[in-house]
Ligand binder design. Structure first.
Ligand SMILES: Nc1nc2c(c(=O)[nH]1)N[C@@H](CN(C=O)c1ccc(C(=O)N[C@@H](CCC(=O)O)C(=O)O)cc1)CN2
Ligand SMILES: [Mg+2]
Length: 286
């Protein structure tokens, strides 16, 4: 079997066109959706991601503001910027690019963002809303993975077993909750799991989100399973690769996401979706 590829670039193009239509409708009503992106420090990967976020906003007709600060910025200064953006009516979504420099407390900074503008979905209020099935912003990477599943007719996972590898607050845990909301039976595996392959071999859907190459190899996958790769690593040649041994797993899986061109672009797409939604919510509350 050769797996079918779930193309994150193609799906993103389609969803971003829908975002552009919604943004144009809002703009015509006098509300241009606005995203503020805060970057502290000079992490080279983060610089690329924030640039891509701003570019994606421009292309979809959203207003965006990129605030770049030196790595020496104090926590008090950062919290003051977040507070100013919370009170800025032209801004509907705020995100603080992670990772932050070590002297800044990620949790404290994220909690300072108004939950009404938390388009990254990282605030405890957003995570709690997801947990209890209430409306709220969803973390963009797992949200993008769910859209990828929907795109292949697997939006409802009743009777299916999903295995998530990784338990981070920004991917693994919200991913598990979203799969549960979609009626899957969910297993979360992590560094303390005794026999990872035992679990993954039973899975109809595997999401690998560890940040380690070759965490999932062909012998660990049930034939025909859907494999979603959230990892971003470098191989020995310095080439970008995921957590999944793509070349081996593609001969066993039914569907697979590539790296690059899979989950990554969907992360930015879902950020745009949530920003437009934030602006729409504001309008309907007015
Ligand atoms: N505040 C946030 N910080 C971080 C998030 C986040 O969602 N919010 N996620 C990641 C980084 N990230 C977005 O911020 C991100 C990572 C990767 C991609 C992407 O498109 N990757 C491409 C490859 C890019 C390359 O060549 O290097 C792909 O997979 O095709 C987009 C966004 C951590 N921080
Ligand atoms: Mg920190």
């Amino acid at each position: 079997m050769t797996a079918q590829v779930i193309d994150g670039n193609a799906l993103s193009r389609q969803l971003r066109a829908e975002v552009a239509t919604r943004a144009a409708a809002l703009t015509a009503r006098g509300v241009k959706p606005g995203l503020a992106v805060i970057l502290v420090g000079d992490n080279p990967a983060s610089q690329v991601y924030v640039r891509n976020k701003v570019k994606a906003c421009e292309e979809a007709g959203l207003h965006s503001v990129l605030e770049k600060y030196d790595a020496t910025m104090t926590e008090a200064e950062l919290l003051a910027r977040v507070e100013a953006l919370n009170n800025d009516p032209a801004i509907h979504g705020i995100l603080v690019q992670l990772p932050l420099p070590a002297h800044l407390d990620d949790h404290k900074v994220i909690e300072a963002i108004s939950p009404t503008k938390d388009v990254d979905g990282f605030h405890v209020a957003s995570a709690g809303a997801l947990m209890v099935g209430e409306p709220g912003f969803k973390a963009c990477t797992p949200y993008g993975c769910m859209k990828m599943l929907e795109s292949i007719g697997m939006g409802n996972l009743r009777g299916k077993h999903a295995v998530v590898i990784g338990r981070s607050n920004i991917v693994g845990k919200p991913m598990a909750m979203m799969l549960l909301q979609a009626n899957a039976t969910v297993t979360v595996c992590h560094s303390g799991t005794a026999d990872l392959a035992f679990h993954t071999r039973q899975a109809d859907v595997v999401v690998a989100a560890v940040g380690k190459r070759n965490v999932l190899t062909a012998d660990m996958v049930k034939p025909g399973a859907v494999v979603i790769d959230v990892g971003m690593n470098r191989n020995d040649e310095g080439k970008l690769c995921g957590d999944v041994d793509y070349e081996g797993v593609k001969d066993v899986a039914g569907w697979i996401t590539p790296v690059p061109g899979g989950v990554g672009p969907m992360t930015i797409t879902m950020l745009l979706v949530s920003t437009v939604e934030a602006a729409e919510r504001g309008l309907s509350a007015a």
